[in-house]
Unconditional design. Sequence first.
Length: 483
Amino acid sequence: MSNNAIPVNVSTGYKWNGAKPVPFFIVFVIFLGLWYIDPPTGLNAKSWHLFVIFISTIIGLILKPLPMGAMSIFAVCACCLTNTIPLGQALSCFGSPIVWLIVSAFLLARGFIKTGLGSRIAYYFISFLGKSTLGLAYGLTITELLFAPGTPSNTARGAGIIFPIINGLNSEYKSNVKDGTQRRLGSYLIKLLFQVNVITSAMFVTATAGNPLIITIVASHGIKLDWGTWALACSVPGIMNLILLPVLLYFIFPPEIKSTPQAPNFAREKLKQLGSMSVNEIIMMFVFIFLLCLWIFGEQYGINATTAGITGLFILLTFGVLSWDDIVKEQNAWDTFIWMSVLIMLSIKLSDLGVTNWFGGYVKTLVVGKSWMLVLMIIGLLYYYAHYMFASMTAHISALYGTFIVVCLTAGAPSMVTALLLGVASSMSAGLTHYGTGSAPVYFGSNYLTLGQWWFYGFIVSVINIIIWVIFGGIWWKVLGYW
């Protein structure tokens, strides 16, 4: 062999890094099998094909023949190669404001970690509430509830405010994904606080962007539902939900760390060791307060949550709190950017091409001649679990709320109960999946739960939430005279 020859390791052979054959084959067969079925009555070929692409993508996200980002690229390719959606429309989703808010929230969370401000805040939480994991859970739950009435973006509230604090707590309790210790604390807090995020979104008109749209829709049916009425109606069942869920999830999906009696003293000692806040911590703190003010009051001055998030990110870059390398290397942010953008695009196009309206029309045929209570139960459950098809609360409301409320009112269901029940479901159903609302991919992107765990416990919590709201909401709304 000459000195210039290139050595070849014949023993190693070629390593396949592509799709997993069996899951890929399953997705491919499902895709082709559904594709060549004649469209159901009420759907044309294009709308049916988009529905097939959507279902195949969701199955692919579950079976994971490829990473989520790659499965999303599959969806874009399928839409464009089959002429189901033009290329320009398929790619327009990458300019969605909600997606960029998600990205900015990821990167702002990086600022809390890098500066150490997240750890400092975590120590303060531990010093007051850290005697038990449940104490930490309730402290964060109360924080989320206090922010909810004045923060009209559940993504800004959950991903921008609460999530970085959870990251700090996880770091201090040495619960992380890389060394397999996520179940010590992080998995429980991540899952719980995401569910708390969607519950608080349901409790106030101003807690998420879709709720004012509901006010407009019900007004067209002569139902007066204002801020005070909504808050009063949701106060008792919402608070009961927030009291019971941390305990119930604590037993269903228990953290390994339960009792930490020495944690408060440990935290106070750590705070002494940290000493005075660094310049970068101070900048991060002021940016955080500045963003909080913009997220609460910015809409009054034409500054939406995404603009605020990007502005905060720019300030951190300008003052060197974050470097451009920090931005580029934040892999979870850009991975989420790809798949969340595509899922939002599919959700919007399902509505545009009439698939969701077709679904609503089909629902009407299921409830003809039934009592209003049974109709409300059926429609409520269908509306709740239809959110598997949506990557946005607002899209869910826009597509189905108007149709479903008409079905219930036609059957004689009490107007206020119907409006509130579907309104609450619009927010809380977002807890089912990892793409159901803007805060979902941020929490899920931390990787503290697998996709299977996220969906399984999302469904379990949905059942718990429904039972709590039916019992306590039903009693409370009876007291208020709504039925």
